[in-house]
Design a protein around this ligand. Structure first.
Ligand code: ATP
Ligand code: MG
Length: 388
């Protein structure tokens, strides 16, 4: 998949710019605060249906302007050119279009542009709390199984209802008999969604782990075993992990087992006024050479592990959907040694279109891949240059 060209108007400090990108390697050089991340945010917005930094529309619209507009022409390896556009107003208005047709649901965007983003924050995938690993897996699994996204949304909605009910029951705002009945209904629904989520997370961790091992191996150039493994909160899902493939629970069995776990803990949950079990508490192990990198990884090791996992997400996407995501590297080379940085640049650009932003020319100096395009950005204005 490639972004062929783009035109940006009224987006943060970016001047009205249009771009013809290289299908292989695009490098953006510029001092701090010049607009590199802003360009990447604009290019990625369509992939996520939101800012990758979680910014609100009125933060992205240029100071002094009322509206912004970004147009991308995107091409799959074998597909036609797709025109993706989005417009945002300071007042909150929002327009998304694919080939001129308005799109309202996020689900309709999925797959039109698929990107993978690396920035200095990517390290939280390994270093941060379990939420980041759950989000990573959920996003990856949703990319290969759209039904997973539906179950996940339904699960989150139901969990909210159950949490509200348990709070009300604890405060005595609801009659105990009626509360119990409602709780049983929510638990039944949650068990059904949890079964899909646990199975999906288990599958995804199994699928991505060998790809991540390969990326890690290539980046570090040593044979250290690298592992990404599901650590479910529910006993049922833990047991499932230990079963050989031919004895795995069927979905209905998984559901029934999970429901009995929820039933068992019900009394405690009512007493504490909050849900105590479920996939909202899942985690994933990240191990290199047997060492838990979540706790013991050095900066560089942790970053390498995060990069391996994120790159592996691209491999999974290709294996399952024949999609090669566009890769963005925003300022991530400063904490990798020179050799590892170059290795990563070579690996990434072998099969993907890549975008690299850096304030340090040294990060890319001496690198001369095919079809390299380089821009220098100054105060939001981009000019093509040749790298010496
Ligand atoms: N809505 C906006 N309108 C105008 N300018 C903005 C807006 N939002 C942010 N900016 C400005 O955009 C500038 C560039 O930001 P950006 O994050 O793209 O820089 P960068 O080139 O990535 O820098 P660094 O190397 O430090 O990461 C900042 O100086 C910021 O003040
Ligand atoms: Mg930046």
């Amino acid at each position: 998949m490639r972004i062929v060209s783009a035109a940006v108007t009224g987006f943060r400090n970016l001047q009205d710019n249009s771009f013809d990108f290289s299908p292989r390697v695009n490098v953006v050089l510029g001092r701090n605060g010049m607009g590199k991340t802003n360009l990447f945010e604009a290019l990625n917005f369509f992939a996520l249906g939101r800012s990758h930094q979680g910014s609100k529309a009125d933060e992205m619209v240029a100071f002094g302007a009322d509206t912004l507009h970004v147009r991308l022409d995107v091409e799959e390896d074998t597909g036609p050119l797709i025109r993706c556009e989005f417009g945002l107003d300071r007042s909150g208005g929002r327009r998304l279009r694919v080939d001129g047709e308005p799109v309202s649901r996020r689900a309709d965007l999925v797959g039109k542009l698929v990107t993978v983003f690396f920035n200095p924050d990517s390290i939280i995938l390994v270093r941060g709390g379990p939420l980041h690993r759950r989000q990573f897996v959920d996003q990856g699994q949703a990319e290969i199984d759209p039904l997973y996204l539906a179950s996940l949304s339904a699960f989150n909605r139901t969990l909210k209802q159950k949490s509200g009910l348990l709070r009300d029951m604890r405060k005595g705002l609801i009659n105990r008999g009626q509360g119990q009945q409602e709780l049983d209904a929510w638990n039944k629904e949650l068990a059904a969604h949890s079964a899909v989520i646990c199975a999906g997370r288990q599958d995804y961790a199994k699928l991505i782990s060998p790809f991540a091992h390969n990326c890690h191996h290539e980046l570090t150039e040593n044979e250290t075993p690298f592992l990404f493994a599901y650590q479910p909160n529910l006993k049922t899902a833990q047991n499932q992990l230990l079963l050989p493939p031919e004895q795995q629970f069927k979905k209905s069995e998984l559901e029934a087992e999970i429901l009995s776990e929820f039933d068992y803990i019900k009394g405690d949950e009512i007493q504490r006024g909050r849900p105590l079990l479920g996939p909202q508490l899942d985690d994933f192990e990240v191990r290199s050479d047997g060492l838990d990198l979540r706790v013991f990884g050095s900066q560089g090791e942790t970053r390498t592990a995060a990069v391996s996992l994120i790159l592996a997400r691209g491999d999974v996407l290709f294996q399952r959907r024949k999609i090669r995501p566009v890769l963005f590297f925003d300022d991530i080379f400063s904490e990798l040694d020179r050799h590892r940085s170059r290795q990563l640049q070579e690996m990434a650009s072998r099969l993907h279109q890549v975008f690299i932003a850096t304030a340090r020319k040294d990060d890319v100096a001496g690198w001369n891949p095919d079809q390299l395009k380089v821009w220098q950005v100054s105060d939001g204005c981009f000019t093509n240059i040749t790298l010496k």
